[in-house]
Design a protein around this ligand. Sequence first.
Ligand SMILES: *Cc1c(COP(=O)(O)O)cnc(C)c1O
Length: 446
Amino acid sequence: METRFTLPQSEIPRQWYNALPDLPTPMAPPLDPESKEPLRPEQLEPIFPRALIEQELSPERFIDIPEEVRDVYSLWRPTPLVRAKRLEEAIGSKSRIYFKDESVSPTGSHKPNTAVAQAYFNKQAGVRRMATETGAGQWGTALSFSCRMLDMQCSVYMVRISFEQKPYRQILIRSYGGEIYPSPSEYTKTGRAMLQEDPDCKGSLGLAISEAVEDAVNHEDTKYTLGSVLNHVLLHQTVTGLETKKQLEMIGEKPDHLIGCVGGGSNCGGFVIPFLPERLQGENINFIAAEPKACPTLTRGSYLYDFGDMNKLTPLMKMYSLGHSFMPPPIHSGGLRYHGDAPLLCNLAKEGLVEPRAYFQNECFDAAKLFQNTEGYLPAPETTHAIRSAIETAQRAEPGSCIVFLYSGHGLLDLSSYDSYFKGELTDYELPQEEIDKALSFCPNW
Ligand SMILES: *Cc1c(COP(=O)(O)O)cnc(C)c1O
C-alpha cells in the first residue's frame, strides 16, 4: 500500500490563495494605536515594503508567486503527504490519518515558506538587510536561511533566555551568515536602557520586537519582518494547503478534518484556508486549531482590539487575545506562547468556521512519543499539539473519515524539552479565570 505521496517540482503552486475576498464577514481594519482611526497603508512603509503592505490588504483571490521564490521553494517543495498507517494501527483507528510534512525544509519547519517570500519582496524594494526577533529560534533560522539564498543580510534579536538555553539554534542562525544579538542588546536604545536598569535581564519577545523595529526604523537599508500573525504571512503559507489539496485529489481522498497547531496562526491558517471555498459551498470539512491550555487564546481569550506586542508599539488588531500583558507559563512549545492569534484565523473562528481545541503539554508529548514509536519521526513541541488533536479526532470520528494534519516541524533541536518530559518534569498548567480576566483588563477599552 502506498503511504507517501509526492508531487513533481512543476506542481509547486504558481499562486498563493488570498482568502480576504471570500470571507463571509470582512476583516475589521487594523487601527492606529494613538488616533484609534483605521490605519492608512502608508503608515506601515517605514517598516514593511509596499508589495507586502499591498498583499496584506489585497482584494485579489490569487497572487502570483515570483519565479525566484519558486526557485528557492524547489529546494524542498512540494513536501510529501504521508499516510500515518502505523499510527492508525497503534490506536485502532477506523479513520485514515495523513500528515503534510513541512519538517523537510532546510531549517526544519514551515517558516521558510514565508521567510523566502518576505526576503524576496524586500530585496525587490531595494532593502539589503532584514531585522527580526526570535523566541525559540525557528523564525530567526528561517529568515537567516532565506537571506543567504537571496544574498541579503540578516540581524536577529533573540530573547536572551533562549539564546542561553538553545545554543544550537544560535549556531544554525550564524552558519547561514545571520548576525545574532541576545535581547536586550547593546545595539539599540531600548536594549541599552533595559540593560542599565537590569544587567541580568533575560528578555522577552515584546522587548526583542521593540529592538528589531528600532533597528529597522534607524537604518535606511533595513526593514523589519514578522514570522506569523499578519495576513501576508498566512497568504505565503497557503502553499501547504494548496499542495495538500492536489495530493488528496490525486489519491481520490476528500478531507473531513484538517488540523494545525496554533501559535500565531500561520501554519494552521495556511493549511486550512485553501479549503475555505469548498467549505463555504457546503462541503463538510472541519477546520481544527490546536493550542496549549497554558496559552488558550482561541478557547478562552476575548475577541477584541488589542496590541500585537507587550510594549504597545504595533497597530491595534481585532483578534482573540489573552491581553498584550499576558505572560504565559514557561511551557516547552515556545512557538505557541503568543497572547493573540492571526486576525484572519480569528475572523474564521468567530464565524464558527474554525474549531479551537486546547491540550495540556504532557498529553501532547505522550502523543509525540506514540508518533515517534510508530512513524519514527520526532516532532517539534509545537507540532505535538496537532498530533494529539489528530489522535483524539480519529478516536471520535465517523468510521472511514479522512483526517489530515500539518506536521509543522521536527524536534531534533528541541531534545532538552523531551529530556524534561522523559524525566517527568513537565507541568500541566490550567490557567485560573482571574489571571485571564486580569490580563484582559489592560486591553484598550472600546
Ligand atoms: C513557529 C512554529 C509554530 C507556531 O507558529 P504559527 O505561526 O502558529 O504557525 C508551530 N510549529 C513550529 C514547528 C514552529 O516553528
